[in-house]
Design a protein around this ligand. Structure first.
Ligand SMILES: [Fe+2]
Ligand SMILES: [Fe+2]
Length: 246
């Protein structure tokens, strides 16, 4: 069957029988997913299923994350995921937060500080850039902390059959904020308004990092909205049915 992907060209969804090396060659963003799931390189001619099995990772979760990131039309079959696979997904999302805040953001912060402290930097512009970045970093911190401390523990509770009163995954979905918008503003400050005279190599390095991170954030939000939320809603319904004795 043929489906439409994000860029509206026609490709089939990724499948477990494909070679892992082919998958990565077609979409390099998959490297991050492999890394976070602890899947080691050296794939040889092995298929996705074989590589996942050798690394004790659920191929279903791996493929769902890759497909959701790359295809608008992909809709995973909720019934086919086990509770342990949902737990794997939560672990993946937590690891992603950790990587964003402890690896990606510090490297961006370093670029910002190189720019604002460069010889000939205009103090007014430097202050605006620094302030904008710090505000954004704080916004990210509170977004991820809320998910790590409220949403994921709620999901863990659901996985063990306990539903916390007064909260639902729908509530999370309704308030799930967009973390990419400000990143786009930051790119525009650098692209359009930062005067010449700043170290251009650092400015371009920072821009490349921001574009990559923007793509990462979009994929991350899609995995939360289109995989985590429906999976947890499905589990909430099954708890409700059990409690109502049906
Ligand atoms: Fe998240
Ligand atoms: Fe989020």
């Amino acid at each position: 069957m043929v489906y439409y992907c994000k860029s509206e060209d026609m490709r089939e969804f990724y499948s477990g029988n494909e070679k892992m090396s082919t998958l990565v060659n077609g979409s390099y963003m998959i490297i991050k997913i492999l890394s976070r799931l602890g899947i080691k390189p050296g794939f040889g001619e092995s298929s996705v299923n074989e590589v996942c099995y050798a690394n004790s990772v659920s191929a279903k979760i791996f493929l769902a994350i890759c497909n959701i990131a790359d295809f608008n039309q992909y809709k995973p079959e909720m019934d086919s995921f086990s509770k342990s696979e949902t737990a794997d997904l939560v672990r993946y999302l937590r690891l992603s937060h950790n990587e964003f805040m402890n690896k990606d953001i510090p490297s961006i912060e370093l670029c910002v500080s190189k720019i604002t402290s460069s010889a000939g930097a205009n103090p007014k512009h430097s202050k605006i850039l620094q302030h904008f970045f710090e505000e954004y970093r704080d916004e990210l911190e509170s977004h991820f902390t809320y998910e790590d401390k409220t949403v994921f523990p709620y999901v863990t509770g659901i996985l063990s059959g306990k539903r916390e009163k007064g909260y639902s995954i729908e509530k999370f979905e309704e308030n799930h904020s967009n973390i990419e918008a400000k990143l786009s503003d930051l790119k525009n400050i650098l692209l359009k308004y930062l005067p010449a005279g700043y170290p251009h190599d650092v400015v371009y390095d920072l821009l490349s990092r921001l574009y990559l991170l923007e793509e990462e954030f979009e994929n991350h939000a899609r995995v939360e909205d289109f995989l985590l939320v429906p999976l947890v809603a499905h589990l909430e319904n099954s708890i409700k049915s059990i409690n109502h004795g049906s």
